[in-house]
Design a protein around this ligand. Structure first.
Ligand SMILES: Nc1ncnc2c1ncn2[C@@H]1O[C@H](COP(=O)(O)OP(=O)(O)O)[C@@H](O)[C@H]1O
Ligand SMILES: [Mg+2]
Length: 657
């Protein structure tokens, strides 16, 4: 393992998106290659499409119109085979704050490494990675969170290395990193780049990273470089040859400027620099591909072209000696990869494919046998195993967040205590006894609707980024996550419900009958579950938390307004809202449950009340029995949960990150 090389060549990549009425061509026919065993830096000013190219190469781009060819080891590769062997480390680290460094990498290993490996082997690999990334000394530290720029946990550099570790755990052949040094101090940045260089040079990995303004120490680690400007490739070749290339092309570097600075200076569209260099690069690539095609087809004159290319390849060295005399054409840098990247003589000629427009997966066709199929085709944990691993992670996460658990419990306790204080020991007469019962039950029900819906919304927004990234990267599917979250939150929901119902029921003093108490608890529990589902639905429907929260609050108004408590009869035009509102059925059931069999005392006038149920305001009653009301709530819960699953399933892994 780890011996398989992964040379990536790409030809004429174009990526076009529609932004309003404008069509933006983010990649304008870029060609080049990333070689195994080498660290390739993608340089360019901000907005030059570095990230776009990186995502395209990693097969992680979505939306837009994608054209061109990406070849791995000479053959277009299908994403199903290669997705697990290419790893993308995003610019921002999204990690579970409640996990330790080792747990984070181990969870990734357990989820993604093949079942044929034993747990001990997986743990051994994790320990190896920890050592390799110099994380052993912090392996049992909690990752923690970056709150307002203050880190409560491991440092920024360590977080970045954990992200790299998570990507590496499946022994990825190629690793793509988006601005890995951003946000790190110069020492951490250099350490990380040294690590990446070691991964490439010692472990034979293809390491590609975008980088904005590298220091000269970091530059010395680069093996190859790509220079982008406005979606065009200006140079792709070895880092050493870059300076000569530029000089011969007529853009020599002034002494006071470092090469990286000079690169960026040129790429910022200095006069004719960008068009000239882009044209030169395209030309050199065409010469190179022409030779490869000639070889592919066994053309008679292949040897002639071969000679030309050899000359071209040697040119930079000669040019170094006599840069002023050489013409640009003689130093066209041809990537020294003929023997690898294009060598399989793929039936798909780059020039044939380059014009075909297709979605990303179609660009990744037909994995070659050299692709290390032995591991790429192997599946990680099955659904059941994924569910168990995620259950354990959720459980750990809850247990390590005692403050958040305590705060949630506290909010239910405070609400119940206030309710208890306000309606303490309800009287049993026909006036206050009836009115206060009806009013207190509205509060009891509606408080849990608000609180549980809002909490679920906030929690869902907190969990969403990690969920999306992990599902997108193929760590697990949404179904095991959904099941694990449902199963692990159930004990918490039961605990909160128990706390709340016990306090409210006995403080307010509803009927001291066991059956009534349990029915009351069940209805409150259902209201909590439905409200949480509603909160999660809003979090899934809207990207921004603020929008989701506003929509949820807006939904509460009609749902709670027309339950029948606030008016003697519902206006006919709002009757449908009353009918679809789960609060209607919950509230009606709570009231009916309390009034059934309630022994009210006669009022001052001595009027006897035979049946308390007849005193329930007509507008609060549904025509349904207690069991039927509960049944409707269960049906609504199942319906909303199904919608939630479908909604998340459709959106979670498909939207661009
Ligand atoms: N989805 C998008 N919608 C609109 N513009 C986009 C989108 N993605 C990228 N861009 C634009 O494309 C350009 C290149 O983006 P990017 O690849 O992130 O650049 P870089 O990483 O070099 O800074 C930027 O100007 C960016 O604003
Ligand atoms: Mg970027």
């Amino acid at each position: 393992m780890g011996n398989v090389s992964c040379d990536i060549a790409f030809n004429d990549l174009r990526f076009t998106i529609q932004s309003g009425k404008e069509t933006l061509q983010l990649l304008q026919g870029v060609s080049g290659c990333c070689r195994s065993g080498r660290l390739t830096a993608i340089l360019g000013p901000s907005g030059s499409s570095k990230t776009t190219l990186l995502k395209f190469l990693a097969g992680c781009i979505s939306g837009g119109r994608q054209e061109g060819t990406v070849l791995i080891n000479g053959t277009a590769a299908r994403d199903t085979c290669f997705k697990s062997r290419l790893a993308l480390v995003w610019q921002s680290d999204i990690l579970l704050p409640t996990a330790t460094v080792r747990e984070a990498i181990l969870t990734s290993a357990l989820l993604r490494l093949p079942g044929t490996m034993s747990r001990a082997q997986k743990e051994h690999r994790v320990d190896q990675i920890l050592a390799e990334l110099d994380l052993t000394h912090v392996k049992d530290h909690l990752i923690g969170q970056d709150i307002d720029g203050t880190m409560s946990g491991i440092s920024g550099g360590e977080r970045r290395r954990v992200s790299v570790g998570i990507s590496l755990v499946t022994d990825a052949l190629a690793i793509f990193l988006d601005e890995p040094t951003t946000g790190l101090d110069s020492e951490s940045a250099e350490q990380l780049m040294q690590l990446l260089s070691r991964l490439a040079n010692n472990r034979g990995k293809t390491v590609v990273c975008t980088i904005h303004q590298p220091s000269s120490d970091i530059c010395s680690l680069f093996d190859d470089a790509m220079l982008l400007s406005g979606g065009q490739m200006l140079y792709n070749g070895t880092w050493e040859a870059a300076e000569t290339y530029m000089a011969v092309a007529g853009y020599g570097r002034p002494l006071q400027r470092s090469l990286a600075e000079h690169f960026l200076w040129l790429a910022k569209d200095r006069g004719m620099a960008v068009p000239n260099l882009a044209r030169l690069h395209t030309l050199s690539w065409r010469v190179h591909s022409a030779l490869e095609e000639a070889n592919c087809l066994g053309m008679e004159n292949a040897h002639i072209l071969q000679e030309i290319i050899i000359e071209e390849q040697q040119a930079p060295k000669k040019a170094k000696r006599s840069a002023e005399m050489a013409s640009p054409a003689s130093v066209l840098h041809v990537p020294d990869m003929a023997s690898d990247t294009w060598s399989s003589r793929a039936s798909s000629r780059p020039s044939d494919e380059s014009s075909s427009s297709s979605a990303a997966p179609a660009l990744w066709e037909g994995a070659s046998d050299r692709s290390g199929k032995s591991e790429s085709g192997v599946k990680g944990a099955g659904y059941l195993q994924q569910t168990c691993i995620l259950c354990a992670r959720f459980a750990r996460s809850w247990m390590r967040s005692p403050v958040s658990l305590a705060m949630q419990a506290l909010q239910y306790m405070v609400a119940a205590a206030l309710m208890g204080a306000m309606y303490y020991r309800l009287p049993n007469d026909v006036t206050a006894g009836v009115y206060n019962r009806v009013a207190s039950l509205w509060f009891v029900g509606m408080v849990v609707v608000f609180m549980s819906g809002n909490s679920a919304l906030t929690i869902a927004y907190t969990q969403k980024p990690l969920l999306r990234r992990e599902v997108y990267a193929g760590h697990y599917s949404y179904l095991p996550y959904y099941v694990a979250k449902t199963v692990t939150t159930l004990p918490l929901q039961v605990a909160y419900t128990t706390l709340y119902v016990c306090m409210t029921y006995f403080l307010v003093g509803y009927q001291p009958v066991a059956a009534n108490f349990f029915f009351y608890s069940a209805i409150i529990f259902l209201l909590i579950l439905i409200s949480e589902t509603l909160g999660m639905l809003c979090s899934g429907a809207f990207r921004a938390e603020l929008t989701g929260a506003i929509v949820l609050q807006a939904l509460y108004v009609p749902l709670l307004m027309f339950v029948g408590f606030f008016q003697t009869s519902t206006p006919p035009c709002f009757e449908w809202i009353k009918r679809i509102s789960y609060a209607t059925y919950g509230y009606s059931a709570l009231v009916k449950n309390e009034f059934q069999g309630l022994g009210l005392q006669p009022g001052d006038d001595g009027f006897d009340v035979p049946d308390a149920e007849t005193l329930i305001p007509a507008n609060i009653q549904t025509t349904l029995s207690l069991a039927a009301n509960a049944g409707v709530l269960i049906a609504i819960l199942i319906g909303l949960r199904t919608i939630l699953y479908i909604q998340m399933r459709l959106t979670i892994a498909t939207k661009a990150l």
